[in-house]
Design a protein around this ligand. Structure first.
Ligand SMILES: Cc1ncc(COP(=O)(O)O)c(C=O)c1O
Length: 457
């Protein structure tokens, strides 16, 4: 493996955006879809490790990983090698029609992380998170013969019609696009920092489940519900960790009513929280097993691929009922296998302990502790939460209400100081760096944050 970069600092050679960036941004603005957001003036040219350099030569530290995607950072030699080798063999022979080794291996290795003795699972591969969610919902309806799906407020499941209907975070995603899929209901997410139904941090999960029971008695016949879909840790909605024990109780309620439980791990999965899947963080509290899992984002360190994993007893749809031309592309599958090598520690990454999962847990715990310590000094830092390298910072005003304007300003200031970051929820900045982030690099990023916060006092 080639040597990866030594620890360094952001290196800004021009004010942002530089002249070349400005030129590309203007051409981009003239020709690309008007729906793209473009909150930050950065035009990447190349990356290395956790560092991204723009077309003007400005090098930034990456604390968002292309929305929790670049698991192994940029241009990781092990990932590049896997991609190059597979591209030299074949780049496409439709997986719906022809079995192929990279996806066979990938299924075997992914399923190992969820299977229990005597309970086999199977995998379906797609290209994006939304496609995995669509597959999950179609399978749940097909298997149960029921139509209704329950989702949560604040959730994000994708932009295609089914996934968009399930999404519960912002009306801007839906305005002008209706009608949505019928038979979808949203219930509040158990957010301990802002407990729904005037409950408490400890009991907000019970309050949500009581609400669900009421819905089953009044408006939604439980025997018409195919599935409950939930992010075990909510991503776009604000990097929220539900109370311990909630998922287990939800599992119980689903079982009582023959409802399938879908865990959308598109953002929180693939080692980001320090375990392969975020629901495994709750194992010491009795554990919980879903029926279906959706994965994408971090699976292949930047190459497009997604997976819908389901218990074999649930994956009962017949041949030809679902498929995808590009889904499970072999080059992406090779990148996913190489990503698993690093996550599991089969291949070691220098300076990252036994495995990238281990590194996410260790360095993430350090960051969480440091950020929690900052909370004491900065009253606008209302909440610091998360697991591993899935951390949310919620900004509040003097009354403790979400302060989105402050969040936006501080986020821009961090960006201007050389730290790539990204918002989520109403007033949250997410910390979701590549999982190869070292302790020294974490300290560099935290120091930028600290300086930005200090100026705000
Ligand atoms: C939890 C979750 N599910 C699904 C999706 C949709 O994934 P994609 O954008 O790849 O379609 C996202 C994207 O942010 C997500 O966070």
């Amino acid at each position: 493996m080639t040597t990866l970069p030594q620890t360094r600092r952001p290196d800004l050679k021009t004010s942002l955006p530089g002249p070349r960036s400005q030129e590309i941004m203007a051409r981009d603005a003239a020709r690309l879809s008007t729906s793209y957001v473009r909150p930050y003036a950065f035009v990447p040219d190349f990356g290395n490790g956790v560092w991204l350099t723009d077309v003007d030569g400005n090098t930034m530290l990456d604390f968002f990983a292309g929305i929790a995607v670049s698991t192994a950072g940029y241009n990781h030699p092990h990932i590049v090698k896997a991609i190059t080798e597979q591209a030299g063999k074949f780049m496409h022979v439709c997986l719906s029609d022809y079995p192929q080794e990279p996806t066979t291996l990938l299924a075997e290795r992914l399923l190992k992380h969820v299977e229990k003795p005597g309970e086999p699972w199977r995998a379906f591969f797609g290209n994006s998170g939304a496609e995995a969610v669509e597959a999950a919902v179609k399978l749940a309806r097909h298997h149960t013969g029921r139509s209704h799906i329950i989702s949560t407020l604040g959730s994000f499941h994708g932009r295609t019609y089914g996934a968009l209907t399930l999404t519960g975070s912002k009306t801007k995603y839906k305005r002008g696009f209706g009608p949505m899929l019928p038979a979808v209901t949203h219930v509040p997410y158990p957010n301990p920092f802002r407990p729904p139904f005037n409950s408490t941090p400890e009991h907000c999960g019970d309050a949500v489940l009581d609400h669900l029971r009421t819905l089953f008695q009044t408006v939604i016949p439980a025997d018409e519900v195919a599935a409950f879909i939930i992010e075990p840790m909510q991503g776009e909605g604000g990097y929220i960790v539900p109370p311990m024990g909630f998922l287990k109780k939800l599992r119980h309620l689903c079982d009582q009513n023959g409802i399938l439980l879908i865990f959308d791990e598109v953002q929180s999965g693939m080692g980001r929280t320090g375990k392969m899947f975020s629901f495994q963080q709750f194992e010491e509290y009795g554990g919980v097993q879903p029926d279906i899992i959706t994965l994408a984002k971090g699976m292949a360190s930047g190459m497009p691929i997604s997976a819908m994993l389901a218990k074999e007893s649930v994956m009962t749809w017949p041949k030809g009922s679902h498929g995808s031309t590009f889904g499970g592309n072999p080059v992406s599958a090779a990148a996913a296998l190489a990503t698993l090598d690093l996550l599991e520690g089969v291949v070691k990454h220098p300076g990252c302990g036994d495995s990238l999962m281990d590194n996410a847990a260790q360095v993430g715990a350090f960051m969480l502790a440091e950020l929690k310590a900052m909370q004491g000094r900065y009253s606008f830092l209302g909440d610091v939460r998360g697991k591993g390298m899935f951390i949310g910072l919620e900004f509040v005003d003097a009354q403790g209400q979400p302060d989105g304007k402050l969040r936006d300003r501080l986020s821009q200031e961090m960006f201007n100081a050389g730290l790539l970051n990204l918002d989520c929820g109403e007033s949250v900045i997410r910390v979701s760096p590549p999982l190869i982030l070292t302790l020294e690099e974490a300290k560099t990023g935290l120091e930028i944050m600290r300086r930005v916060f200090e100026r705000q006092l």
